[in-house]
Ligand binder design. Structure first.
Ligand code: SF4
Length: 361
């Protein structure tokens, strides 16, 4: 059965910069994500090196500071997923027959990545791209290996449907530093049409158990829930309800705007003077198929800068293709890169006052 995202609308449905009164571009390394903090105890427990890394995360791309290895790697440890969420690029690629659904990174491949990365002071990794990281039987081992090698921040996104007490404890004892759960609504109907294959009550139960164990085993691990936002007041109401629902449990609630990836209806956007993207300057994405790409948007492998199965990561990061991409972004010519010209990021703006605002009472 073809899954249809009934919420999708034409183009990028967040506020855009070419409307009257739009604010000019201001550099922000997390420009499309907004968050409400509910609790920051976890942050107080982070070591100084974590705070320095987060400072570098903003300052390096902001100032175009050259670095010889990315601060962060996104590693697609598996392409398998237990859900079929209609807004997810993975679901859409699977339906078009353009996706290998069952890729799993091997231990040797993973060790090769982490060993080279930590040689160059790799600070952070995220263990997913298009796929559910809990589906990999090695997930706790992957976390533990990276932590033992000195990676400061080992994090992952998950839909939370497969979390249980056993794997929660294993993740925490392995040293996970952040768990970000995709969770879209407070009522079963809306939640289950967005997270197809999951049930609301089960995911809530899973997350409560994880947080209870987090508080006992690894209180420095950040836990947040985030949703996909649409241009419909109903979803902003859900966001406010999520803040109430999760207050006293998780550390933050956030959202990212839904973006249309279907080129037939998304098209291109106006050029935004002063824009440059952070991602080519501080992080790199390793797909399960070996392709290395420059950003989270490239689910169709449009800008491939190398192959991590065949090349050194150092050589890819310092290769001609990457250098050219960074030069275009630092000289205001991001629009000469096809994928960036079609990207929603330059035209997106945050809802004023949402980021880091106080939680709803
Ligand atoms: S497509 Fe270009 S502008 Fe958009 S997120 Fe990727 S690198 Fe940044």
């Amino acid at each position: 059965m073809k899954l249809e995202n009934k919420n999708k609308t034409k183009k990028f449905n967040s506020p855009i910069r070419d409307v009257e009164g739009a604010i000019p571009w201001e550099f922000d390394p997390n420009a499309t994500y907004s968050e409400t903090t509910l609790n920051d105890n976890w942050l107080k427990l982070k070591p100084d090196e974590y705070h320095q890394y987060r400072k570098d995360w903003t300052e390096i791309p902001k100032n175009f500071t050259p670095i010889n290895f990315p601060l962060h790697l996104d590693i697609e440890t598996t392409t398998y997923c237990n859900l079929k969420c209609p807004m997810c690029p993975r679901t859409q690629l699977v339906e078009q027959g353009k996706f290998n659904e069952n890729g799993f990174i091997t231990r040797d491949q993973y060790m090769k990545i982490i060993d080279e990365g930590t040689e160059y002071n790799l600070r952070s990794i995220k263990l997913n791209y298009l796929g559910e990281p809990l589906m990999h039987k090695d997930i706790a081992w992957q976390i533990e290996y990276a932590k033992k090698k000195g990676v400061i921040d080992v994090i992952m996104n998950s839909n939370g449907a497969a979390l249980n007490e056993k794997n929660s404890e294993a993740l925490l004892r392995a040293g996970i530093d952040g768990l970000f759960i995709s969770f879209d609504a407070v009522n079963p109907k809306d939640y289950e049409t967005q997270r197809v294959g999951a049930t609301l009550g089960r995911t809530i139960d899973n997350l409560y158990k994880f947080v209870k164990l987090r508080n006992e085993i690894r209180p420095s691990c950040q836990v947040r829930v985030s949703m996909v936002m649409y241009d419909d007041p109903k979803w902003m109401e859900q966001y406010k309800a999520l803040q109430v629902m999760w207050k006293g449990v998780v550390d933050a609630v956030g959202y990212s705007w839904y973006t249309e990836r279907d080129e037939e209806i998304s098209g291109e956007y106006d050029y935004v003077s002063g824009f440059h993207c952070a991602q080519p300057f501080h992080r790199m994405f390793l797909k399960n198929n070996g392709n290395v790409t420059i950003c989270c948007v490239d689910d169709k492998d449009e800008v491939i800068v190398g192959n991590w199965k065949e090349q050194k990561l150092y050589d890819i990061w310092n290769g001609e293709k990457y250098i050219d991409i960074r030069a275009k972004h630092s000289s205001g010519e991001y629009n000469k890169i096809d994928m960036c010209r079609k990207c929603y990021l330059p035209v997106s703006i945050k809802q004023p006052g949402i980021k880091q605002e106080k939680a709803a009472e």
